[in-house]
Design a protein around this ligand. Sequence first.
Ligand code: BEZ
Length: 236
Amino acid sequence: MDEQTVFSMPRIGDPAPEFKAVTTQGNINFPSDYKGSWAILFSHPADFTPVCTSEFMAFASLEKQFNEANCKLVGLSVDGLYSHIAWLRTIKEKIEYKGMKDIEVNFPLIEDIKMDVARKYGMIQPNEDTTKAVRAVFYVDPKGIIRTIIYYPLSLGRNFDELYRVLIALQTADAFNIATPADWRPGDDVIVPTAGSCGTAKERMDSKDPDVHCLDWFFCLKKLDKETVLKKVLKK
Ligand code: BEZ
C-alpha cells in the first residue's frame, strides 16, 4: 500500500470513496446502497471502551430521529465482527447510562480489521493513534457526495445534538438555497446568498420583501419559520 493510500483524506465535495464491507447487519456496498438517502458514516476507536459505549447508546437512541430526516447511520471500527456482536450484546444486556437502558443498536457496524475502509477515509491519524480510528463523522448526501466531515480525538465524545443540527442545516440549505449562520437552529433567520440568484447588493439592500433584512450589503437575512423547515426536511 503506498503512502497516498495510507493517508488519503476525502474532502468535502468529493464522491464518497466506494467500499464493500461486512457489518453486524450483513454485507453493505457503500455508498451505492444508500443512494437516495443521507448517510452518516462514523468511526469509533474500539469496542468495549467507555467513551465509544456512551456514543453508541446515544446514537442508537436517536436513530429513529435521524431516519425521520431521511438519514441512515453506519458505524465502523477496526475490530472484528465477533467483537462487535459481543460488545453490542453487552450494551443491550448490561449497560444503563443516563436513563438509557436495554439499548439495541440496529444500524450496521462495519468490521474493518485490515483498516481498509478506515485508511480510505482518513480515519487513521497516526499521531493520535496508529492502530485505532479517530472519531470521524462523514455526512454523505443522497447522490453519494461528502458534504461535511467532523473529526474528534479519542478522548472526546461527540455532541449528538450538533450531529443532528448539521444534518438538518445541510438539508435546509439545499432545499431553500440559503446558508445558515452561527448556531442556527430551525426557526432562526437564514442567510440569503450574496451572489447570483438574489440580484445585486443594492437590489438586496433595497428589497421590499418584508421577510428580508440586511445588516450590510454582504449580510442579508431572511425569515424561515420552523414549521416550513420541518415540513420540508422531515416531511411532517
Ligand atoms: C473510549 O472510547 O473510551 C476510548 C477509546 C480509545 C481510547 C480512549 C478512550
